[in-house]
Design a protein around this ligand. Structure first.
Ligand code: SF4
Length: 431
């Protein structure tokens, strides 16, 4: 049977979204055709995330429904790719029915593995680690307004709760030339807003250059308007970064800076490499140097041994720094990470209560931050449409809803006329 059509769905972080486009490029080049509905597909790929238990359970649920679909479509090939593939290897085929289990460094082999499976009808498990950076591959450009360029892969930081170094391997930077080529490819496809991604972009280096040098080079490329990067590790962020960012033409003033905890004792157990005071000082300095900068963050509650006082320290940072937005989670134990050895675990009910409290406080702050935008004129780039509503983004990474006809991919000036929940509603003033 000729396997022609594939469907791909990415879970988790920006890196997975980016790599789904790398996979599409590899598959297209090998003669397969992408479809947007799994019912039409001969091959279904799930690009998976292992960062939290919840993310894994979602994929396992999906895998179950695909197994059902396979009853009526026995030739369907199910491929589990990415972090879960690396983490669970053959278990995903034995216990869960995946036909292909392929880790993040082995995507180049996908067409060959599909063909092999078709011939031998035996699960293909491929999870070798190498120094793969997908050089020479231009990811398929799916979205013509915003795009990602991965500038590095892997992580050397070994935060004690995190599985990433175990499933994505050691840090490696993509050569500057490839980064430039990918940026140009996005520009040639009409992309206006480009985000450089990596587990810790600040650690990028190559040919004696550092991240800020790369940023200056990319900022100097003409043909696009907005430059972002994610994720920045607080231990590697310095005052010099803000000084340089201020001089860039396209930098969008938003930094995602995962706090994780406000307690120095917990930060130390997490192996994060900074203190509460250092973190606060960096954010304050950033705001002093770039007054319109927005900060977003990740916060975790219920890390093993976290006490009420530790949690209060976290709330203290949240209340002092007033982040524009925060992703908030309960600690999720990841097998074989150092944090598994730290005892005692925090009781589930206590973790949930802390999370609820944290969300309540941060939501209030996010809401106040949105209200500060009322009557302000903002430059927004229209990214997508849903029914009669358009979703546009400010340079500071806030989504504004526009309820009048606008063009996707175009930049407008809009005035915030009201705030619904915490989402600003804007009226175009320069149509
Ligand atoms: S910096 Fe820490 S949390 Fe981020 S990917 Fe690396 S180990 Fe995980």
């Amino acid at each position: 049977m000729n396997r022609e059509k594939y469907y791909i769905r990415a879970y988790g972080c920006q890196m997975n979204l980016y790599e789904a486009d790398v996979i599409s490029s590899i598959m297209d080049k090998a003669g397969f055709a992408q479809v947007s509905n799994e019912r039409e597909a001969d091959i279904v790929y799930l690009v998976t995330c292992s960062v939290r238990n919840h993310a894994e359970n979602r994929v396992l649920g999906r895998l179950n429904s695909l197994k059902q679909l396979k009853k009526s479509k026995p030739d369907l090939i199910i491929g589990i790719l990415g972090c879960m593939a690396q983490n669970y290897k053959g278990k995903l085929s034995n216990g869960h029915g995946a036909d292909l289990v392929v880790g993040p460094d082995e995507y180049r082999r996908l067409p060959e593995l599909v063909n092999k499976f078709t011939q031998v009808h035996k699960p293909q498990i491929q999870t070798e680690f190498n120094t793969e950076n997908y050089e020479g591959i231009l990811p398929k450009v799916v979205n013509k307004t915003t795009g990602f360029v991965s500038i590095m892969r892997g992580c050397n930081n070994y935060c004690s709760y995190c599985i990433v170094p175990y499933v994505r391997g050691r840090e490696r930077s993509k050569p500057k030339e490839q980064v430039i080529q990918e940026v140009n490819n996005l520009i040639n496809n009409g992309v206006k807003d480009i985000t450089l991604v990596g587990q810790n972009v600040l650690a990028w280096n190559g040919d004696g250059l550092k991240f800020l040098d790369l940023l200056k080079i990319v900022d100097g490329i003409s043909g696009f308007d907005r430059l972002r990067f994610i994720t920045s590790h607080p231990k590697d962020l310095t005052i010099k970064h803000f000084d340089v960012l201020l001089t860039l033409k396209k930098f969008c003033p938003n930094i995602h800076l995962p706090l994780q905890s406000g307690s120095n004792r917990i930060l130390n157990l997490m192996n994060r490499g900074y203190t509460k005071e250092e973190y606060i000082q960096k954010v304050k300095k950033g705001r002093e140097i770039i007054p319109d900068i927005s900060f977003t963050t990740d916060v975790m509650v219920g890390f093993p041994t976290e006490t009420d006082d530790d949690f209060k320290d976290t709330l203290d940072v949240i209340e002092q720094l007033k982040f524009d937005f925060a992703y908030m989670f309960k600690y999720s134990e990841r097998p074989n990470t150092k944090a598994c050895e730290i005892k005692p675990q925090v009781n589930e009910t206590v973790s949930q209560q802390r999370l609820t409290k944290l969300i309540e406080i941060q939501n209030q702050i996010t809401n106040e931050k949105s209200k500060e935008l009322l009557d302000k004129t903002l430059e927004v780039l229209v990214e997508s449409k849903n029914g009669v509503q358009f979703y546009a983004r400010t340079k500071t990474n806030k989504v504004v809803i526009i309820k009048e006809p606008v063009e996707t991919g175009k930049t407008y000036l809009c005035k915030v006329i009201r705030v619904a929940g915490w989402t600003p509603i804007g009226k175009i003033i320069n149509n």
